[in-house]
Design a protein around this ligand. Sequence first.
Ligand code: SAM
Length: 287
Amino acid sequence: MSVLRTVIQDTHQKLEAAGIPDARLEAEVFVMNVMRMARQSIFAEQETDVSAQQQIALDAFLERRLLREPLAYILGQREFYGINVILTPAVMIPRPETEGLVEHALFIAMMGMESRDLLIADVGTGSGAIAINLAMHLPAAKIFAVDVADAVLDVAAYNVRVHGVAGRVSLGIGDLLDPVPEPVDLIVANLPYIPTGRIPTLQPEVQQEPALALDGGPDGLCLIRRLLTQAEAKLKDSGIILLEMDPEQIPAVQKLALNHFQEGSTSVEQDLAGMDRILTIFRQSPE
Ligand SMILES: C[S@@+](CC[C@H](N)C(=O)[O-])C[C@H]1O[C@@H](n2cnc3c(N)ncnc32)[C@H](O)[C@@H]1O
């Protein structure tokens, strides 16, 4: 029988040899999950025996990870803005940079909007991570969370229920804003924005995520373009749109937005790495 210390070392080495980034951290996360131990315990209890059954479970995790299956799919969950969301390979794994979208949406909703009973649309909701956080932090808001795929909405529905916000998050299936029944105050969207041609160059883990969540068409902007067109009828006059995208796409989308909303204005927020990431579009310029 092996002890924790050697199992972590062994797992670390195998992950590293396969070229997996942050191999030591991932080895620790695997062990924490299989042994059901907190991080501090795996350091404090290095001589704990690992049972044969636990070793089998670890080997099964490792086998999947060596095939470059994303860690979050193997664990079946991911932490996002302080909550855990359940994941299946049908849904995109929420990214840390998208936490900035939530943060900025909350700032706008709390500081910049007159009404507290906001109507919000989360377009391309995926796991529901954005919609759930908005509902939890904005207790008077009602959120329409839309996705185009049934399997995605099943996961979102589960997460919405688990976090106790099903009364204020309505899930809808369809194309972009089509299922949203009335004009909203705020549209928040992290839509697929990767140009089709760039997808084969992405890390192997990312390529295992659903194409529907990644592929933004030839220039990455197909969905965003259509969203802006639909928003003309689905955004209130005082409404605001927040879009996450690639830094390089922002100037083009700023231009498009001002073509749609000629009395509007835009501003840009950076992500944690200092890259332009979120475009805010005011339907009517606040100045
Ligand atoms: C980049 S993922 C974002 C998921 C989630 N909002 C997040 O940030 O983790 C984009 C999502 O948009 C959905 N999607 C793709 N095309 C769509 C469409 N035409 N209408 C609505 N949702 C769409 C995908 O299924 C996917 O869940």
